[in-house]
Design a protein around this ligand. Sequence first.
Ligand code: SIN
Length: 372
Amino acid sequence: VVLNKAHPAQEATATHYAQGGIAVVVPGTDDSVAAHVADTLAAGGGLCDPDAVSSIVADGYRAVAALVADGARFDAAAPNGWALTREGGHSRRRIIHAGGDATGAEVQRALDRAAATLDVRGNQLAVQVLHDAAVTGVQVLTGDGLGVIEAPAVILATGGLGQLYPATTNPAVATGGGIALALSAGVPVADMEFIQFHPTMLFDGPARRGGARRALVTEAIRGEGAILVDARGDSVTAGVHPMGDLAPRDVVAAAIDARLKATGDPCVFLDARGIDGFEHRFPTVTAACRAVGVDPVRQPIPVVPGAHYSCGGVVTDVYGQTALPGLFAAGEVARTGMHGANRLASNSLLEGLVVGDRAGRAAAGHARAAGA
Ligand code: SIN
């Protein structure tokens, strides 16, 4: 049984809106698990769990191949193999993508297809994880009132909490519900202070409380050569970090924030006019810009940092197991130790695929052992 507090046909997940891609070490390239682990640890500011990072990164290619077996299709490059791009903090081109900048939509499509045999219920809000020494089920609020679903294993997959902030790239469902469920069941959470601000959220006016999701302007655009400048045309990141505009995300977001405070400007600009075939490579960003009257082919894109990702969450091991037997968590709601103080770009879909798969198997094993 999959409980969705939104109506599945009306409200998309954060996964759906992911643009840049999935960071994965593709065999046969100049990349290595050791290099991806090193980049992840560096971006995480010394606060990642290195064993968790190694375990998840090393399993990435298998998890992506499993999604491909479920029907996912990623953009290809000649002569064969996937097209690889770069994002902030990565020392190699290792980001695979789909539909140009619509990677999350393709991942979600494949997952929805694979989940078609499950009992997916919309408009159902999980309000409590029920348990004694182990999980016994969940209490659910529906249009008919409160009910109980008995279950020996429960997986929290509720995503993040960006909607707690006035300006966010997260959809309306990202309200931190899984964190509340875990805490009220006495299950530890950690690293909640590490909220990641994406450097380049489309600027379309001042922040407003309770606002709708704002459009992301993927970091992959900088990976393909776009530059960040202020209203005077001066570089925002010059002298800030050796990787410049492709420094880790927290560094670039802080540089933009400092520039906005120094100048009093409402936004900075991402100049992508030098990228050939921009519309084809980044159709989602092109459409979002044009919807607010900006043509990214001819004009610099106005951007500001926006609340994007909760690096912390419900404490789990790399199989999604929490401190409460039978309660698992996977994806943004979980804190495996992968991200430390700052998640490396495109490591989120990677972690979701790897740990989601493992948590599903572990939950099924737990349920079997409990005699269900
Ligand atoms: C992006 O495309 O810039 C976002 C990817 C991510 O959040 O890792």
